[in-house]
Design a protein around this ligand. Structure first.
Ligand SMILES: Nc1nc2c(ncn2[C@@H]2O[C@H](COP(=O)(O)OP(=O)(O)O)[C@@H](O)[C@H]2O)c(=O)[nH]1
Ligand SMILES: [Mg+2]
Length: 326
């Protein structure tokens, strides 16, 4: 069943891709069987992250960038990660509408994902969808994500090249930037360059990038700073050029391999973490043990520290067959 499904995806069925992503969102066990079959067909896609404040123009930029990429014949998968709260549900629709022309291109696959749900975390869900697109044969996968919260930082770990979109007059000045934000960008995009203050912001960022010893110490790539007017399709070639130069740098320096090794290690650990937690929790809840422990801790007859050790030790000594049954 999952095998058939994986086969359909490899044969290019967009409907099967949609169903698999729904399974992933629902944490349906069928999804993982299918992912196992797809994994050997991944590793070819190049992953681009586009991040920045809400309203910075990420969706508009993505739309224009994808058109430029399509002109060169590459196929594209887009993941629009929206940190919904139900209140911003409209933003997903907005993105869909705006990218509707791309929707008609069979070589472009767009998926919006709300950030609620996903027991295993947003970064895990995103990296799964990246793998689905990769196996589906997309050459380039673009992840559009808002802001730089902890979860977004994880998402940045998924991208090979991260573009940070800044806008003049949106409080995006360098001074206002949270610690660590500068460091995540491989390419800076000063969008809405039609607005006053764009040149100043461009100069500010360029200066920082060249002066910042912290950025320099971390890597020998100096982030490129590009200027765009996404609505008017200006500067998009320059952005695409910058992304390709960063890719070339990563490939030639061996950094891409290193980056992917770190990512694989983190993803593997995260998966083990999620699965062990799920198993232990299920077992504790279904046996009623959790309630008993909690009561003992509340009554101060036990302490949570030794309880934790006991739970882990007990779980480790459960016979293998019993663990697999859950
Ligand atoms: N003036 C100007 N407006 C832009 C530019 N790029 C995007 N916008 C507008 O900014 C608003 C937010 O764009 P959107 O792509 O949805 O931003 P996102 O929230 O970052 O995805 C929209 O009304 C766009 O038309 C630009 O380069 N110049
Ligand atoms: Mg958007």
């Amino acid at each position: 069943m999952a095998t058939d499904h994986a086969k359909q995806i490899l044969e290019g069925s967009p409907r099967s891709v949609a169903r698999l992503i729904t399974w992933l969102e629902d944490e349906d066990r069928r999804a993982y069987k299918c992912m196992e079959k797809l994994y050997p067909h991944t590793g070819k896609a190049y992953i681009i992250g586009i991040t920045g404040s809400p309203g910075a123009g990420k969706s508009t930029l993505t739309d224009k960038l994808v058109r430029a990429i399509r002109k060169q014949g590459h196929t594209v998968g887009i993941i629009a990660v929206d940190p919904s709260s139900p209140f911003t549900g409209g933003a997903i629709l907005g993105d869909r509408v705006r990218m509707s022309e791309l929707n008609e291109d069979p070589e472009v696959y767009i998926r919006s994902m709300a950030t609620r749900g996903f027991l295993g975390g947003m970064a895990k869900a995103t990296s799964d969808v990246v793998k689905v697109f990769d196996a589906f044969g997309k050459d380039i996968v673009i992840i559009e994500t808002v802001g730089v919260g902890q979860d977004e930082v994880d998402i940045i770990g998924i991208a090979d090249t991260t573009c940070l979109v800044l806008v003049p007059g949106l409080g995006d000045g360098i001074q206002s930037m949270k610690a660590g934000v500068m460091e995540i960008a491989d390419v800076f995009v000063i969008n809405k360059a039609d607005r006053p203050g764009a040149d100043q912001l461009w100069a500010e960022v360029t200066y920082r990038v060249e002066q910042d010893t912290h950025i320099k110490q971390q890597r020998d790539w100096t982030p490129m700073v590009t200027k765009t007017v996404a609505v008017d399709d200006e500067g998009i070639d320059g952005l695409w050029e910058a992304i390709q130069r960063h890719r070339q740098y990563l490939e030639e320096s061996g950094k891409l391999t290193e980056k992917r090794r770190i990512r694989t290690s983190q993803e593997t650990l995260r998966m083990i973490h999620n699965e062990l937690f799920r198993l232990v929790r299920e077992q504790l809840e279904s046996s009623g043990q959790l309630d008993r422990y909690v009561q003992q801790i509340l009554d101060h007859r036990r302490d949570p520290y030794s309880v934790m050790r006991e739970i882990v030790n007990n779980w480790l000594s459960i016979p293998k067959e019993q663990k697999e049954a859950s």
